[in-house]
Design a protein. Sequence first.
Length: 381
Amino acid sequence: MNSHYEFETIAVHAGMEPDPTTGAVMVPIYQTSTYAQPDVAQHKGYDYSRTDNPTRTALQTALATLEGGQHALAFASGMAAIDTVMRLLRPGDHVVSGNDVYGGTFRLFDKVLQPYGLAFSFVDTTDITAVTNAIRPETKLIWLETPTNPMLRISDIEAIAAIAHQHGAWLGVDNTFASPALQRPLALGADIVVHSTTKYIGGHSDVVGGAVVVNDTAVYSQLKFLQNAVGAVPAPLDCFLVLRGIKTLSLRMATHCRNANRVAQFLADHPAVAEVIFPGLESHRQHVLAQKQMRGPGGMISFIMRGGEAAARVVARQTKLFTLAESLGGIESLIELPAPMTHASVADSPLAIDPGLVRISVGIENVNDLIADLQQALHEV
Ligand SMILES: *Cc1c(COP(=O)(O)O)cnc(C)c1O
């Protein structure tokens, strides 16, 4: 797929060559573990499906093109993708990580990888000085998410990439919350981009998956070796589902952003709401930076209820269209309370979340229905 096409075109066509044997327009689900070999140790590029599978190949081509990268690898989950990236490092290496990364990422770094000899410093990556001060001679990687979850903080990818490169380190960006439709970290200088394709890229809350995208061929070769050696690969059906999601990514993201803009405005004007955190609002601390490095504000909104935790619980229980559930990025609207739900594990840490905070993933339903639903739920407070 020629990368001079615009994003909407790439999303529909990338990785989608008609099937060479039948002409099938959709990439088939190659539900096979192995491949017949015409002679000993000769094959057509596929010998075993942990190593390579044609449905996965199509997905990986699509993912690389979406991020404007040279190479992509698909994984069984976002966590598997992040874990595989971390295996590029060696005991003694040091990582500067954002301090409000996804809870599962923090758990992987702190509980799994630290005991294996990797060192981590967790810092506020919206603060460039804090990032610079945390760097040590053995720092190999700076890791960040932008926007973060659930506080939707924005970090300056271009500035932090420059700092990483000055110190001979890589910058890795978890781009799950923005999706490549809104933000392309490689173009801003990042070296490694990861996704939980479970979220916006898959987009339909029906598959769990992950991805890594890079430009450097040597790094790709190491990751490709690890993908096969470690083996956290996605099933062919899962690859197909993510590919199908990708085709409507730009349409969905445009609607998520448009709806979220309206919902954020509604919440900001509501007397029961103390504060709305949304990169599209001028009141957001990094609104200008968000406009600079993102094509849109995204579909995630967090807001703090004036009535604290009790009021937050009422809202989360009373919405009807917004389903009370973890996860995000699907076509349907979701609501959750980070403090007792997704972020319960950081309750006793400096990252503890305000118990009155409500997080919503704004879906692609009609926005007037969404606002009416929130209005009736807020009325119950
Ligand atoms: C969900 C999520 C992950 C983990 O992905 P899984 O597919 O659930 O393993 C990582 N990073 C972010 C930002 C996420 O939202």
